[in-house]
Design a protein around this ligand. Structure first.
Ligand SMILES: NC(=O)C1=CN([C@@H]2O[C@H](COP(=O)(O)OP(=O)(O)OC[C@H]3O[C@@H](n4cnc5c(N)ncnc54)[C@H](OP(=O)(O)O)[C@@H]3O)[C@@H](O)[C@H]2O)C=CC1
Ligand SMILES: CC(=O)N[C@@H](CCC(=O)OP(=O)(O)O)C(=O)O
Length: 346
C-alpha cells in the first residue's frame, strides 16, 4: 500500500484527489491537509465523504508528513509548495505538486508571470513536467513532479502531434479555451458568484494569462524551436470541463486521412487520449468525471488552416487524475490504476 498525504485536501483539486484515491486499491490517504479546517473532520467539510472518511484535517507540516507517507500531493496556492519543500524532504518522500511552482524551468519567467518570488529555485531543474503521454520514462524515476496546469494539458494535447511533426506554422497558432468555474478553486471570489457566472460567458486574462508561458515552453520542446502563440481563456457557466479550440495555418495542404494518421501515431496507444471519429467534435460532457482527453481536428481547405479541438475534465486529467497517473508511474503501478473512470452523462 502506498501511504499518501495531501496538503490542500479541502480544495477542489485536493477534494478530487481524495475521491480518486479512495477508489485506488494500492493507495491509502494518511494525511488530509488544510489551512482553515485544521482539527475538523474532513467529511464535515465535504459531506459526500460522510462515512467514507473518518479522519480529521491536519496542517501543512511537510517535515512531519515526510516521515509518515511515501508520497505527498500539494494541491495548494501558487508558491506554497516551493516554500515548504527542500532537499531533506525529497530524500524521504516523493512529491507531486499540482501548483505551478516547478512547471516553468526559467525562474525569472515564473516570477514575472506569477508575481511571486520562488522560494526553492534550486529544485526546479530536477522537477519533471508530469505530462505522462510525453514524459512517461522520466516520470518513472522522478522524486518531484510538476503536475501540468489544466489549460496547458488540454491545449498541449490538442495540438501536440501537429506541432511535433512540423505540420503547422506555429507563429499563427491561436488557442481559445473555455473552463468551468471549479477551475478557479473553492475560495470565495466575486467573479465566481452564481449571479456573475450563471447565464454568462466572458474572456479573461487575454494576452496575459499565467498559463501562456507554460504552454509555450512545452510546445517549444515539441517543435524544437521557440513557439509564441495567443492564448485566451473564457469562463463558462459549468462546474467542470475545459474545451479548447485552436487554429493554425498549415505549411502544406494535407488530407483528412494524412492528418488522422499523424494523430494516431501519437495517441493510438494512449489510453487516456481519445482521437474521435471524423467530424465528431469533443464535448465536455463526454469526458466529465473521467481522465480522458478527447481530441479531434478539422482541415479548412478554404483558409488553409486547421482547427484543433480538445475536451477534458479540469479536475481529473487537468489536476487530480493526472496526479494519480503520475503516482502510478512513479511507484511502478499500472498507469491507469484507479483511473478507469467512465465519463458521466448527462
Ligand atoms: N481547480 C482546478 O481545476 C485546478 C487546480 N490546480 C492547482 O491546484 C492547486 C489548488 O487549486 P484549487 O483546488 O482549485 O484551489 P482551492 O482554493 O479550491 O484549494 C486550495 C487548498 O489549499 C489549501 N491552502 C491554502 N493556503 C494554505 C496554506 N498556507 N497551508 C496549507 N494549505 C493551504 C486550502 O485549505 P483550506 O480549504 O483549509 O483553506 C485548500 O485546501 C492550485 O495550485 C491550482 O493552480 C491545477 C489544475 C486544475
Ligand atoms: C476558470 C479559472 O479561473 N481557471 C484558472 C486556471 C486553473 C488553475 O487552477 O490553474 P493551474 O492549472 O495552473 O493550477 C485560472 O484561469 O486561473
Amino acid at each position: 500500500m502506498i501511504k499518501v498525504g495531501i496538503i490542500g485536501a479541502t480544495g477542489y483539486a485536493g477534494g478530487e484527489l481524495v475521491r480518486l484515491l479512495l477508489g485506488h486499491r494500492q493507495a491509502e490517504i494518511k494525511w488530509f491537509g488544510s489551512k482553515s479546517y485544521i482539527g475538523q473532520q474532513f467529511s464535515h467539510i465535504y459531506q459526500n465523504m460522510f462515512q467514507l472518511v473518518e479522519e480529521k484535517c491536519l496542517d501543512d507540516n511537510m517535515d512531519e508528513l515526510a516521515k509518515q507517507v511515501d508520497v505527498i500531493f500539494t494541491a495548494t496556492p501558487q508558491g506554497l509548495c516551493a516554500s515548504l519543500l527542500n532537499e531533506d524532504i525529497l530524500n524521504k518522500v516523493k512529491v507531486i505538486d499540482l501548483s505551478a511552482d516547478y512547471r516553468i524551468k526559467d525562474v525569472e519567467t515564473y516570477e514575472q508571470w506569477y508575481g511571486l518570488r520562488h522560494a526553492s529555485p534550486q529544485l526546479i531543474e530536477e522537477a519533471v513536467y508530469g505530462l505522462c503521454e510525453v514524459n512517461r520514462e522520466s516520470i518513472k524515476n522522478a522524486r518531484l513532479i510538476a503536475n501540468p496546469g489544466c489549460y496547458p494539458t488540454c491545449s498541449f494535447l490538442s495540438v501536440y502531434p501537429l506541432v511535433k511533426e512540423g505540420i503547422i506554422q506555429t507563429e499563427t497558432l491561436i488557442i481559445d479555451a473555455k473552463s468551468g468555474t471549479s477551475g478557479a478553486g473553492r475560495g470565495a471570489k466575486v467573479d465566481n458568484l452564481y449571479c456573475e457566472v450563471n447565464e454568462n460567458m466572458k474572456a479573461y486574462s487575454a494576452a496575459n494569462h499565467r498559463h501562456t508561458p507554460e504552454i509555450e515552453e512545452q510546445l517549444s520542446y515539441a517543435a524544437g524551436k521557440k513557439v509564441v502563440m495567443n492564448f485566451t481563456p473564457h469562463l463558462v457557466p459549468m462546474n467542470r470541463g475545459i474545451l479548447i479550440t485552436a487554429y493554425a495555418s498549415l505549411k502544406e495542404e494535407m488530407t483528412y486521412e494524412e492528418m488522422k494518421a499523424v494523430y494516431d501515431k501519437y495517441y493510438e496507444k494512449e489510453y487516456f487520449v481519445r482521437v474521435l471519429e471524423k467530424d465528431v467534435y469533443p464535448q465536455t460532457k463526454w469526458v466529465e468525471g473521467s481522465n480522458f482527453v478527447d481530441v479531434n481536428f478539422k482541415i479548412d481547405t478554404r483558409t488553409n488552416r486547421v482547427i484543433m479541438m480538445g475536451a477534458m475534465d479540469n479536475l481529473v486529467k487537468g489536476a487530480a487524475g493526472q496526479a494519480v497517473q503520475n503516482m502510478n508511474l512513479m511507484f511502478g503501478l499500472e498507469e491507469s490504476m484507479g483511473l478507469q473512470l467512465v465519463p458521466m452523462f448527462p
